[in-house]
Ligand binder design. Structure first.
Ligand code: SAM
Length: 282
């Protein structure tokens, strides 16, 4: 069976509340599946198989595909479209409610695992954060997201698109934009174009903060109020327990201008700042 055999032109009415924009062109799922890095030895966790157009392509490159779908009304389509594959398991439920560590251990055992998905856009960030912060050892995460989200996630410090999510994603992974996908490749046609990105998770994060929670909190705080300087944002994070003058002085001693804003700082700089506050307070 090829992606051409997948029944995508059925009467199923797509649900906006589940972010259902189904791929209609068979070429795109094939391209995503071959670029996600799955092979005979690497299993794939797919989020939101829809009618199975990408799932089928993933099953051709990997020994085992486990797909989590929230919408049980898609079950007849998935059953019919994927009937000729014996290496696919569909689980019905909300990916955000699952214990990822448990499910990956249960379904893949000692196999290496990557994630591949055309993500529902209304929960792109929570899904990515869950995958990255869960502590599950994934090889990579290859996902289709809105083009502007892809631009934001791969932005460099100092650019307008760079934000807390960019810094956090950079902490956990190396991100690459793979290719753009025009809105016309989906049904229903979304308002914006999409892009496929690949996050490769190294065995060790590129920086090792002394306290990860404080490091992530400082990143999030630095962007909490974009128009404020990092001094003001750190002041708010520490609920006024240190004066703004002291924070400005601390930053100056670390070699940063007190006027600096979060968007100019990369993860190495955030790590230096977080480590210095960790040392001061513990
Ligand atoms: N993979 C299919 C394709 O490419 O045509 C469908 C992609 S569609 C953009 C997103 C899919 O994610 C839908 O099938 C939707 O029902 C499913 N979905 C939405 N929210 C979900 C959630 N919280 N957990 C699991 N699946 C979800």
């Amino acid at each position: 069976m090829s992606a051409n055999d997948i029944n995508v032109s059925s009467k199923f009415s797509a649900k906006k509340k589940f972010g259902q924009n189904f791929l209609t062109s068979p070429d795109i799922p094939r391209k995503i599946a071959t670029s996600c890095g799955a092979d005979e030895n690497i299993g794939v966790l797919e989020i939101g198989p829809g009618k199975g157009i990408l799932t089928a392509e993933l099953a051709k490159v990997s020994r085992k595909v486990v797909a989590v779908e929230i919408d049980t009304e898609l079950e007849p389509y998935l059953t019919e479209n994927l009937s000729s594959y014996n290496n696919i398991e569909i689980i019905y439920g909300d990916i955000l409610e699952f214990d990822l560590k448990e499910i990956i251990k249960q379904k893949f055992g000692s196999m290496d695992v990557c994630v591949c998905a055309n993500l529902p856009y209304y929960i792109t960030t929570p899904i990515l954060m869950k995958l990255l912060e869960s502590g599950v050892r994934l090889i990579s995460i290859t996902v289709m997201v809105q083009k502007e989200v892809a631009d934001r996630l791969s932005a460099k410090p100092g650019s307008a698109e760079y934000g807390a999510i960019t810094a956090v994603v950079n902490y956990y992974s190396d991100i690459k934009k793979l290719f753009k996908v025009p809105a016309g490749c989906f049904s229903p046609v979304p308002k914006v174009d999409s892009a496929v990105i690949k996050l490769t998770l190294p065995p060790e994060n590129p920086v090792i903060p002394k306290n990860e929670e404080l490091f992530l909190n400082i990143i999030k705080a630095a962007f909490a109020q974009r128009r404020k300087t990092i001094v003001n944002n750190i002041f708010t994070l520490f609920k006024g327990s240190i004066t703004k003058e002291q924070i400005a002085n601390d930053l100056f001693e670390l070699g940063f201008s007190p006027d600096i804003r979060g968007e100019k700082l990369g993860i190495r700089e955030f790590c230096i700042i977080a480590d210095s506050y960790f040392e001061k307070s513990f």
